[in-house]
Each structure stands twice: as structure tokens, then as C-alpha cells.
Design a protein. Structure first.
Ligand code: HEC
Ligand code: HEC
Ligand code: HEC
Ligand code: HEC
Length: 206
């Protein structure tokens, strides 16, 4: 996944993507049009259009506030990577709804009071969630031995893991496994269906 350069580029992309993404998003778990809290904003629940805030370089434009909490991070004695507090938008944006701290309807400069609930509420304890906020590169694969080299292993689209699932120079984030726009219509918004653990086996040699 390449970083996007300018706000203009992001805007132009939105036009292109809207044509495809509306098909995918309509009726998906992230189609909020039927929820009163979304104020009919559509893409604007997450993205800012015509915003006065310029997006940070290389990131799409957001309309959401990020949660300002300290998460309990994944830990284990066998982990080689070192998870840090989520700083990348590929996780932070998700957590701005899924941690249950920021209201769903806090966007576009307005504060709301409707919180995520049920199984979709991940909370702030990330120990039960796959590690995120880690760099998955050739060196990690080499150290771990149970991981494929992300620069050479291909995913079903033909891209390498690095280009197809990771952000920037190898960030593994929530959006590495989930397509927030549900373009493929897979269960749980997954980028790769997990039948026979196919998603897990994309990266793990098992
Ligand atoms: C639930 C939140 C959410 C909604 C709703 C949403 N997006 Fe996104 N969008 C994201 C996140 C998170 C990313 C960054 C992660 C990624 O690219 O997978 C992103 C990235 C993007 C990007 C840049 C990266 C790419 O995939 O090309 C574009 C363009 C975009 N969205 C357009 C749209 C459009 C158009 C809509 C409405 C049809 C929409 N989004 C609705 C959350 C959302
Ligand atoms: C604007 C708030 C918001 C943002 C931002 C957001 N989500 Fe969600 N997401 C929701 C809500 C609300 C639901 C539950 C929908 C329901 O229960 O019908 C949901 C459901 C899901 C589901 C369950 C889908 C299913 O089929 O059961 C997954 C997986 C998910 N989100 C992942 C993500 C990821 C990953 C990101 C970031 C890339 C993200 N979400 C960003 C609000 C959000
Ligand atoms: C390594 C891949 C991977 C990463 C990273 C990941 N998930 Fe998931 N997630 C999955 C899979 C696979 C499932 C489906 C599990 C199942 O069906 O039992 C899932 C399920 C979910 C669900 C639905 C829960 C339910 O029971 O309906 C939500 C919401 C979700 N993830 C959000 C997130 C968020 C937010 C992050 C980042 C903090 C994240 N995921 C990171 C693979 C991942
Ligand atoms: C995009 C690549 C990718 C995908 C897809 C993926 N993983 Fe991982 N996984 C990693 C990386 C990288 C690590 C960090 C390994 C390390 O540092 O030891 C990791 C770590 C883990 C760990 C923690 C290992 C430990 O030593 O504590 C578990 C458990 C795990 N993954 C299970 C899964 C499962 C189950 C799935 C499928 C739902 C999955 N992974 C999908 C890349 C991936």
C-alpha cells in the first residue's frame, strides 16, 4: 500500500474509488446510512471532504478524532516484534470507534454520545487481538523463522505482502487484515478469506 502524496491526489482517488467502493460498502457492516448517528454523512463519518484541516502528509483526510488513551498492548514471551502504542492511521482510525472510548458520532467537528457495542467493541485491552503497530520486514521474518519474507511472498492479488497488506515500510495494522471499505465482500471485512486459515497462512509458515 503506497502512501498518498497530497490532498489533491486523495481527492482524485476518492472519485475513482467511490465508484467501486459504494458497491462494496453498501450493505456492509460499515454502511452506516441506516444509523441515525451517522447524520447521513456516508464516507464523511470517517473522511473529511472540503475540510479546512490539511491531512498529514501521506495519509487520507479524516473527519474523526483519535482516542487519546493508553492501550494495553499484546505481549508474549515468543514475540520477536515490539508492539508500540498505535500511531498509524491503519489502526488508530479503527480504534477511534472500536475501542468504545470515542463516540461513533464524534466526527466532522461535532461531539456525539453513541458508542460501539457488542462483539465489535474491541476495547482498550489489545492483548486478545493480533499484534498491531509492528514492523514486519525481512529481518523480522529471518529472526522469527515462522514467517514468510514479506518482500517476496505473494498474496492472491499477485502483490507481495509488503505492497498488498502492509503500510509504508512494513507496518502491520488492523487494516492489513481488514478492508474497511469491504471491496471483496468477505466475512468480517477480511482482505483474504480465512477458509482453512488461508489468511493466517499468508504470512505464517504453518
Ligand atoms: C468506517 C470508516 C470509513 C468509511 C465509512 C470510509 N472509509 Fe475510506 N478509509 C478508511 C480507512 C481506515 C482508510 C485507510 C486504511 C486503508 O486504506 O485501508 C481509508 C482509506 C481511503 C482512501 C485512500 C486509500 C485507498 O484505499 O485508496 C480513499 C480514497 C478512501 N478511503 C475513500 C473512501 C470513500 C470514497 C468512502 C465512501 C464510499 C470511504 N472511503 C468510506 C475508513 C473509511
Ligand atoms: C465510524 C466508526 C468506525 C470506524 C472508524 C471503523 N469501524 Fe469497524 N465497525 C463499526 C461499527 C459500528 C461496526 C458494527 C456494525 C454492526 O454491528 O452492524 C463495525 C464492524 C466492524 C467489523 C465486523 C464486521 C462483521 O461483518 O461483523 C470489523 C471486522 C471492523 N468493523 C473492522 C474495522 C477496522 C479494521 C477498521 C479500521 C481500518 C474499522 N473497523 C473502522 C464502526 C467503525
Ligand atoms: C492478523 C489479522 C488481523 C488483524 C491484524 C486484526 N484482525 Fe480483526 N479479525 C481478524 C479475523 C480473522 C477475524 C474473524 C475472527 C472470527 O470470525 O472468529 C477478526 C474479527 C474482527 C472483528 C469482529 C469481531 C466479531 O466477533 O464480530 C472486529 C470488530 C475486528 N476484527 C476489528 C479489528 C481491529 C479494530 C483491529 C486492530 C486493533 C484488528 N481487528 C486487527 C483478523 C485480524
Ligand atoms: C500480514 C501478515 C500476517 C497475517 C495475515 C497474520 N499474521 Fe500473525 N503475525 C504476523 C507477524 C509479523 C507477527 C509477529 C511475529 C513475532 O514478532 O514473533 C505475528 C504474530 C502472531 C502471533 C503472536 C505470536 C507470539 O509469539 O506471541 C499469533 C498468535 C498470530 N500471529 C496468529 C495469527 C493468526 C491466527 C492469523 C490468522 C487469523 C494471523 N496471525 C495472521 C503476521 C501476520
Amino acid at each position: 500500500m503506497r502512501n498518498r502524496g497530497t490532498a489533491w491526489e486523495a481527492g482524485a482517488l476518492c472519485v475513482v474509488l467511490a465508484a467501486r467502493a459504494l458497491g462494496g460498502m453498501a450493505g456492509s457492516a460499515h454502511d452506516f446510512t441506516a444509523s441515525g448517528w451517522s447524520r447521513g454523512a456516508g464516507c464523511g463519518v470517517c473522511h473529511a471532504f472540503h475540510s479546512t484541516d490539511a491531512p498529514a502528509a501521506g495519509t487520507p483526510a479524516w473527519s474523526r478524532e483519535f482516542s487519546n488513551v493508553a492501550y494495553t498492548l499484546y505481549t508474549s514471551t515468543t514475540l520477536d516484534a515490539t508492539p508500540g502504542q498505535p500511531t498509524h492511521y491503519g489502526s488508530k482510525l479503527c480504534l477511534s470507534c472500536h475501542d468504545g472510548v470515542t463516540a461513533l458520532d464524534t466526527f466532522g467537528g461535532q461531539r456525539g454520545s453513541t458508542y460501539i457495542h457488542g462483539k465489535a467493541r474491541i476495547g482498550t485491552d489489545l492483548r486478545a487481538t493480533h499484534p498491531i503497530g509492528i514492523i514486519y520486514d525481512g529481518a523480522l521474518a529471518h529472526a522469527d523463522r515462522g514467517l514468510f519474507d514479506p518482500n517476496t511472498k505473494r498474496i492472491p492479488t499477485g502483490e507481495t505482502i509488503t505492497n498488498g497488506l502492509l503500510f509504508g515500510t512494513g507496518n502491520l495494522e488492523c487494516a492489513s487484515c481488514h478492508d474497511v471499505h469491504d471491496r471483496l465482500g468477505n466475512p468480517k471485512l477480511l482482505r483474504i478469506r480465512n477458509n482453512g486459515s488461508a489468511l493466517c497462512r499468508t504470512c505464517h509458515r504453518m
